[in-house]
Design a protein around this ligand. Structure first.
Ligand SMILES: Nc1ncnc2c1ncn2[C@@H]1O[C@H](COP(=O)(O)OP(=O)(O)OP(=O)(O)O)[C@@H](O)[C@H]1O
Length: 285
């Protein structure tokens, strides 16, 4: 046991060392463009369950609402959430050229392992990378201004090879204000910095809860001091979302929070987040 522990602690709990960083930069895969796609933004969190998929979906809606042609790619092959969150429940088809056709809802082209296989597959070793390779390069996107990629939770080998393979516009980090989520978000920021991917900003999710009945405010995941979180992650704030029943419901129903005709602060935050992300897009030719 004592022989294993140092290895475990080095890989899982320490920050990424300079040596690992150099190895990652020297990493083998060459950055490859995705045909028809002008910008690629990854949404990552480090820790699972902090709302990464929810933010990826709402960022996509936000970008669409301000006029961009958007694709949404879910590369979480173990637990794809996109089919439910985008209310798309049929399987994808393959065109004559062998490329997979995205499914479309809310004028957003979507792709997920959930459209390709039935749940219950046990993914092992090389199968994982081959599945991800399919999602990255075997999808027939129409001309897209941007593809938003919903990353799986974590900062492991799979993540590093995804970010090394792609020519990314940048990364959006999602965290709750809780310390354990922030530690993993920090690891994510380090991973991106080691492979020269720009962090576009942080989304603080589940920040505070207001009781519908008595109106009292509770910081369930900590006080969410945005200045100290941004300082800690060395980036700027893209948006802050409270823990809100409507946000959870929109994910479960696959509905779009922007469709509600009444102006509200969540819609404003989604649009603002999309605008802040879009200023980083490559200028159109
Ligand atoms: N601001 C919010 N208010 C209420 N519920 C939320 C909020 N953000 C996310 N949720 C809910 O929390 C749960 C986890 O969210 P989500 O699946 O987006 O997280 P994730 O980080 O992508 O998870 P995973 O690690 O499984 O990929 C979902 O049920 C989602 O509807």
């Amino acid at each position: 046991m004592w022989r294993i522990l140092p290895f475990v602690s080095r890989t899982n709990f320490s920050t990424i060392s300079q040596h690992q960083g150099q190895m990652m930069k020297r990493g083998l895969p060459k950055r490859k463009l995705i045909p028809n796609v002008d910008n690629i933004v990854v949404v990552a969190s480090g820790k699972g369950g902090v709302g990464k998929s929810t933010i990826a979906v709402n960022l996509s809606h936000g970008l669409r609402s301000i006029g961009y042609r958007v694709g949404l790619l879910d590369v979480d092959i173990y637990g794809p959430s996109l089919p439910k969150m985008m209310n798309l429940n049929h399987k994808a088809e393959t065109g004559n050229d062998g490329l997979i056709l995205p499914l479309i809802n809310y004028d957003i082209e979507c792709m997920s392992m959930g459209f390709l296989v039935d749940s219950g597959i046990f993914w092992r070793g090389l199968m994982v990378m081959s599945a991800i390779e399919t999602l990255l390069y075997k999808v027939k996107w129409s001309q897209r201004d941007v593809i938003v990629i919903d990353m799986p939770p974590g900062t492991g080998d799979t993540h590093i090879s995804i970010v090394q393979r792609l020519n990314l516009t940048g990364a959006v980090i999602v965290t709750t204000p809780q310390d354990v989520a922030l530690i993993d978000a920090r690891k994510c920021v380090e991973m991106f910095s080691k492979v020269d991917v720009r962090v576009l900003g942080v989304v603080i999710n589940m920040s505070g809860f207001v009781c519908e009945n008595c109106g009292s405010h509770t910081d369930i995941f900590g006080d969410g001091n945005e200045d100290s979180i941004c300082r800690d992650l060395d980036t700027s704030l893209l948006a802050k979302f409270p823990l809100l029943k409507d946000i959870r419901l929109s994910g479960d129903d696959g509905s779009c929070l922007l469709v509600d005709s009444k102006p509200n602060s969540i819609k404003q935050s989604i649009t603002k987040m999309a605008k802040k992300v879009s200023v980083n897009f490559a200028p159109k030719n």
